[in-house]
Write a protein that binds this ligand. Structure first.
Ligand code: COA
Length: 372
């Protein structure tokens, strides 16, 4: 037991049919379909694809969307739980608390059959946007907005958050954000959901594990960090100096680098185009220009001069998109979770279907036979 791979880098821990990554070529597929083909599909279709393994027929797609729409509401007790939260916390913390509370009232809580898990999965996917938007409204001391079943998952989220119907560009880009954030093989949060399920614990507990893991700044919390960094830089002309300072001080640049990709993250490529579109739509290129300059300086100083593959990852241009959508930074990671929950759930179902307890070993390096 001497071979230790710190951070489990490169370790293949299980088989999956949910997604595929080629880190050298920068390819990501969900259920065998390249994400470039999925980015403009509705989130509902992609969530169905992840959960059930196939693109739904028109009839199934319609039924699934309708089901999600009917489950969007959250009950009065969950709303009061949101009201009890400290309003300075990240929305992610409130989301974790709300999921924990909702589990108490879920009729299928400890039923791990496939049918019960699919019912719980649908409820969780449907309610995530309502909780996140609801928490933001209560902390702004604004009235909660009821879900609108005429709107899509993405459009309805923006509506519940702002109290105004979003335009088509914003809705399309929000939808793409949910789709592209939905799934990413055995990333840290997905792994933690599978570890939880591998003990035959329940789905809500697994999702709480996933939320806790996604929150960290070198995982999903990087979006929040990117938003803060871009605000701190402020204007395009200050960007180069700011980044050179970080590099000189050997600080990591948020939204860059990846454990698996050795080239630009394919999701970042799509988000970059969308960030530009939003910038043009808003008539304000500033945040986008900061992003482009950061990319140029990091390529020149780290990729070319030091030979390290440090390219933008999914969170970089997503963070810039969130700036254009005017999201408060403390909302960022919870919005990531609205998409990612569908991937977590798909992995949990896959784990339940062919389970073996995930229980690695550690090499003990402490002392032995000490006296009390
Ligand atoms: C994602 C991340 C944790 C992957 O890290 P990892 O596979 O464990 O790689 P390491 O942290 O060991 O970094 C490997 C090398 O690249 C450098 N590096 C990695 N990410 C970097 C970044 N964002 N900025 C500058 N240098 C970076 C490290 O300093 C290290 O250099 P060294 O070998 O000279 O010591 C890391 O790239 C990171 O922290 N990025 C910023 C946070 C982020 O955006 N996270 C979201 C990921 S989707």
């Amino acid at each position: 037991m001497t071979n230790i791979t710190k951070g489990l880098e490169g370790i293949v821990a299980l088989e999956t049919k949910i997604s595929f990554i080629d880190g050298e070529k920068g390819i990501l597929e969900y259920r065998g379909i390249n994400i470039e083909l999925l980015a403009e599909q509705s989130f509902d279709i992609v969530a169905y694809l992840l959960l059930h393994g196939e693109i739904p027929s028109m009839e199934d797609a319609h039924r699934f969307s309708k089901l999600l729409k009917t489950k969007r509401d959250i009950d009065a007790k969950t709303k009061s739980v949101l009201n009890l939260c400290n309003f300075n916390i990240e929305a992610m913390d409130a989301l974790r608390t709300a999921v924990s509370h909702m589990s108490h009232c879920d009729p299928d809580l400890n039923d791990n059959s496939l049918d019960a898990n699919l019912r719980k999965a649908t409820r969780l996917i449907a309610k995530f946007p309502t909780i996140v938007a609801g928490f933001q409204r209560v902390r702004e001391q604004k009235k909660l907005i009821e879900p609108d079943s005429e709107l899509t998952h993405a459009g309805n989220f923006l509506y519940m958050l702002r109290g105004e119907k979003p335009n088509d560009v914003e809705t399309r880009i929000m939808n793409a954000d949910f789709v592209l954030s939905a799934e990413h093989e055995l990333n840290a949060s997905t792994f933690s959901t599978r570890v939880t399920v591998s003990t035959i614990s329940d789905l809500h507990s697994a999702i709480i594990s996933g939320l806790g893991t996604l929150k960290g700044p070198i995982h999903g919390g990087a979006r929040l960090a990117v938003m803060n960094m871009i605000s701190e830089i402020g204007t395009a002309d200050k960007t180069e100096e700011y980044i050179l300072h970080l590099i000189k001080n050997k600080q990591k640049i948020m939204g860059f680098g990846h454990r698996v990709y050795r080239t630009m993250d394919p999701r970042a490529k799509i988000f970059k185009k969308m960030a530009k579109e939003l910038a043009e739509d808003n008539g304000d290129m500033n945040w986008y220009q900061i992003g482009e300059i950061m990319e140029e300086v990091i390529t020149r100083e780290i990729v070319v001069k030091k030979g390290k593959p440090i390219y933008p990852n999914v969170d970089f241009y997503a963070g810039i998109i969130y700036k254009y959508l005017n999201f408060p930074p403390k909302l960022a990671t919870a919005i990531f979770a609205i998409g990612r929950i569908s991937g977590w759930l798909a992995h949990c179902l896959e784990q339940y279907a062919d389970n073996r307890l995930i229980r690695p070993r550690a090499k003990y390096i402490g002392e032995h036979n000490k006296r009390v």
